[in-house]
Write a protein that binds this ligand. Structure first.
Ligand code: NAX
Length: 334
């Protein structure tokens, strides 16, 4: 961002779709307070939702005004995607159609394709030239595939789908089991789809710099307890709260952008679903969660990680699921 001598940086436009929803509500205050892009970066917050949600969104806008956030330079409330993404440097695609009773996964994918295709086109047409896009609305990997396919001129390395919440969930489980602070758990990658087939990889994780399986020393727990707990944590939260994760999801969005923007710590990595370039044999173009290192605004998939037979089997299962999802939406990919 350009900065004139002695003046504040130019404001960065951040778009949040589905801003009237529960993740949106947990997210926008954190963005406006400076937690997303830093405490000296003014923000223009562009909140996009559908027409029937605009009344509620006006209420969120009033609350944001009432916080008197020094960094919040301007607020836009709109149901028009072109206006919503205008000049955006960050597009956080949270809004999506929830699965309704009796809806098959294919119907859900198609319904969301109807949202993410046009949003991809609006981003390509209206966003800033440095735009980066994080897709959160589910099924987020395949929604990212659809949106990015509808913005063919935008480099694919600008597109991400979120698996950081799964990573954070996994880190907590390992730290709790080992009886250490969560910050001691590093190098934890989620592989594959943000779904119950994801592979949370404790085998290559570290606790206090040592291999997690050595520290935990309980293979049965890692296989039969840890993996399903992480895979099904979203469902456990719905069962307890009668609502899906919102605060932790918003937190993971902030974490994801922080990692992309500020970089990952030396020797560590984070989990992001990105378009595969064939790494680890994953079919080209699938949005697949990998361990990713970020530095100076660019990123790369960490290469050379090995998996045992069970890890390989799980990675194949999540890849097959993503291939199936791609097949179901192939008519939405121009
Ligand atoms: P809500 O139903 O509370 O909010 C969704 C919002 O999106 C609503 O305000 C709705 O009006 C809006 N919306 C629908 N269609 C839209 C469109 N075409 N343009 C703009 N806005 C639109 O859901 P919430 O709990 O906030 O969850 C949002 C999405 O995040 C869901 O798809 C959910 O499955 C997904 N999640 C993904 C996570 C991840 O780790 N990747 C974790 C959290 C969350 O469950």
């Amino acid at each position: 961002m350009s900065q004139e001598r002695g003046s504040r940086p130019q404001p960065v436009h951040v778009t949040v779709t589905g801003a009237a929803g529960q993740v949106g509500y947990a997210l926008v205050f954190r963005i406006a307070s400076g937690q997303l892009l830093g405490s000296d970066q003014p923000i223009v917050l562009r909140m996009l939702d559908i027409e029937p949600a605009l009344g509620a969104l006006e209420g969120v806008a009033m609350e944001l005004q009432d916080c008197a956030f020094p960094l919040l330079q301007d607020l836009v409330v709109t149901a028009d995607a072109n206006e919503g993404f205008d000049n955006a440097s960050w597009a956080l695609l949270v809004g999506a159609m929830p699965r309704k009773e009796g809806m098959e996964r294919g119907d859900l994918l198609a319904a969301n394709g109807g949202i993410f295709g046009p949003q991809g086109q609006a981003i390509a047409a209206r966003a800033a030239s440095d735009v980066r896009v994080l897709v959160v609305g589910n099924p987020c990997n395949t929604n990212a595939l659809i949106a990015s396919a509808n913005a063919p001129d935008l480099p694919r390395d600008r597109w991400f789908a979120m698996t950081r919440l799964d990573e954070n969930r996994a880190k907590y489980q390992l730290a709790h089991k080992a009886g250490v602070p969560v910050a001691e758990v590093t190098n934890l990658a989620i592989w594959g789809n943000h779904s119950a087939t994801q592979y949370p990889d404790a085998q290559n994780a570290k606790i206090g710099g040592k291999p997690a399986p050595v520290v935990i020393d309980d293979d049965a727990w890692l296989r039969d307890d840890f993996i399903p707990t992480v895979q099904k944590r979203g469902a456990a939260i719905i069962a307890a709260r009668k609502l899906s994760s919102a605060g932790s999801a918003a937190n993971a969005i902030v974490d994801s952008v922080n990692s992309i923007h500020l970089g990952t710590p030396a020797g560590d990595w984070t989990s992001l679903a990105v378009a595969s370039n064939g790494e680890y044999g994953i079919p080209e173009g699938l949005f697949f969660s990998f361990p990713v290192q970020c530095q100076d605004g660019s990123w790369s998939v960490v290469e050379g990680i090995t998996h045992n037979a069970e890890g390989q089997r799980r990675i194949k299962a999540t890849t097959d699921e993503l291939l199936h999802e791609r097949e179901l939406v192939k008519d939405l990919l121009p």
